[in-house]
Write a protein that binds this ligand. Structure first.
Ligand code: BG6
Length: 479
């Protein structure tokens, strides 16, 4: 039976805005997350009009990778990482997104980070844009609503591709691009929030704007892929989807149809475009029924075809039930999108329904559809860890979650899925994207940092650290 490839890319994943800190150091500009307050599970984080006195902005320090990268990468190497997924903060390179020339200091930082990774044989896997929209582009263009953003993004890609061509092979154009199919995508990824101050979900939903902005992201992604293929044949270009597997709540045909509809428009729509190079037929009806008209330039469809990705990546944390024809299903929370309760699953403290077998099912569905290499670039359990007096953290719940998901990845490989890598989310503690909390931790490495902004930032190993080290050492044989 097939198992993980010998060159399987084990590693971990992070994003600049949740991890780096140093938000205004060495010429970095303001990105949307820099204007976001902290929140909790029940109190939503807010985007503010400028910086409020006495308010905490968690991205400003985060867990300070900027000043700890050597120590952190050494710890990743100790775990045996083959790859490290991280993002470049667009605003370190182009502070407002509008500049013509890049900020040299920003470029130097990532040179140093990549060199440090390569010193240990760790291959960087770089997300070009991970929920880090320059605020300058929000103010000037209302973010991705404007086509102008395409040129700004391509200029940024040209710069980082040229600079890091010998250091980075694997690139992802946009983190969870399908966030734009959901209301909170306006804040998270599309930046269509000019003059909006409030919570992520409080933003007025404008589907016409969202899908137009998404179209601009598709074109930008395709242009970046095309550029890479033409100029840097050594690059491998990937997409990235927040995959929220949807099961029908019951076998009522209406629930089945509802699940199919949501699977298409939330999970498949973006990758159908990025992998197959054209808008899927089912989208036409959705656009008609929702009165959405996508404005395209004459070359856009050609570009989408020319800029298809080489590999597919996803984040996978949970599954949801949808469709409630019988009225018996109950609501539940979730990553980016809420859904209905699955009576056969348990949920995390944040209400995300834990479903390892759903990962096997999902990987098979993706591979059946596209037949290109796949990487799981986010997965993990956000949990409240308790640090003992001696500094240890006994996170058996995290080990249990990861173990069950890796087992199912192994099953998927045996099913025939071409799986190339696995980078669990927040391999070191960092700020939560949805709530702005520190209390929701994912890491193998504990960081002494708390919700009130205090903490020494000292790093220490949780129990999961040694466990994952052994998983990598045995290429997933010992779990
Ligand atoms: C993904 C994002 O949706 O989920 C990450 O790509 C995020 O940025 C992760 O951190 C986990 O979500 P949260 O809200 O628990 O941080």
């Amino acid at each position: 039976m097939k198992t993980f490839r010998k060159d399987f890319l084990w590693g971990g994943a992070t994003a600049a805005n949740q991890y780096e800190g140093a938000w205004d150091v060495d010429g970095k500009g303001v990105a949307i997350p820099d204007l976001c307050t902290n929140g909790t599970h029940t109190i939503p984080k807010r985007i503010t009009d400028g910086f409020e006195e006495g308010t905490l902005y968690p991205s400003h320090e985060a867990t300070d990778f900027y000043h700890h990268y050597k120590e952190d990468i050494a710890l990743f190497a100790e775990m045996g990482f083959k790859t490290f997924r991280m993002s470049i903060a667009w605003t370190r390179i182009f502070p407002t997104g509008l500049e013509e020339t890049p900020n040299e200091k920003g470029l130097e930082f990532y040179d140093a980070v990549f060199d440090e990774c390569l010193k240990y044989g760790i291959k960087p896997l770089v997300t070009i844009s991970h929920y880090e929209m320059p605020y300058g582009l929000v103010e000037k263009y209302n973010g991705w609503e404007s086509r102008e953003c395409i040129d700004c993004y391509v200029r940024y890609c040209e710069t980082v591709f040229e600079r890091y061509q010998d250091k980075v092979k694997y690139w992802l154009t946009f983190n969870e691009i399908n966030a734009g199919t959901m209301v909170m995508g306006a804040t998270l990824s599309l930046g269509t929030i000019k003059d909006y101050y409030g919570t992520m979900m409080g933003v007025k939903d404008e589907p016409q704007v969202r899908y137009q902005a998404l179209h601009h992201q598709f074109v930008a992604s395709a242009k970046a892929v095309k550029l890479a293929h033409e100029k840097y044949p050594q690059f491998k270009m990937g997409n990235m989807i927040c995959f929220i597997t949807m099961y029908p709540s019951t076998c009522h045909p209406e629930d089945i149809l509802e699940a199919q509809k949501q699977m298409r428009m939330i999970n498949w729509f973006c990758s159908d475009i990025q992998v197959r190079g054209e808008y899927p037929a089912y989208a036409e009806r959705f656009f008609e029924e929702n009165d959405i008209q996508i404005k395209k330039e004459p070359d856009d469809d050609v570009l989408l075809k020319e800029g298809v990705v080489d590999f597919y990546t996803l984040s996978y944390y949970m599954s949801n039930c949808v469709g409630n024809a019988t009225g018996i299903a109950k609501a539940v929370e979730g990553n980016i999108v809420a859904g209905l309760k699955n009576p056969y699953l348990e949920a995390s403290d944040w209400g995300w329904q834990i479903d390892p077998k759903g990962l096997r099912y999902t990987l098979n569905e993706i591979y059946d559809r596209y037949q290109i290499p796949i990487m799981v670039v986010e997965n993990g359990l956000g949990a409240k860890d308790v640090k003992e007096a001696d500094g240890s953290v006994h996170d058996s719940y995290r080990i249990d979650y990861l173990k069950k998901h890796i087992e199912q990845m192994k099953e998927a490989v045996a099913d025939g899925v071409d799986l190339r890598g696995y980078t669990p989310w927040g391999c070191i503690d960092l700020v939560s994207a949805s709530t702005g909390e520190m209390a929701k931790r994912y890491g193998f490495i504990y960081v002494d940092k708390y919700d009130d902004g205090t903490g020494t930032l000292a790093r220490s190993k949780k129990d999961s650290f040694c466990w994952y080290q052994n998983v990598i050492r045995t290429n997933g044989e010992e779990l």
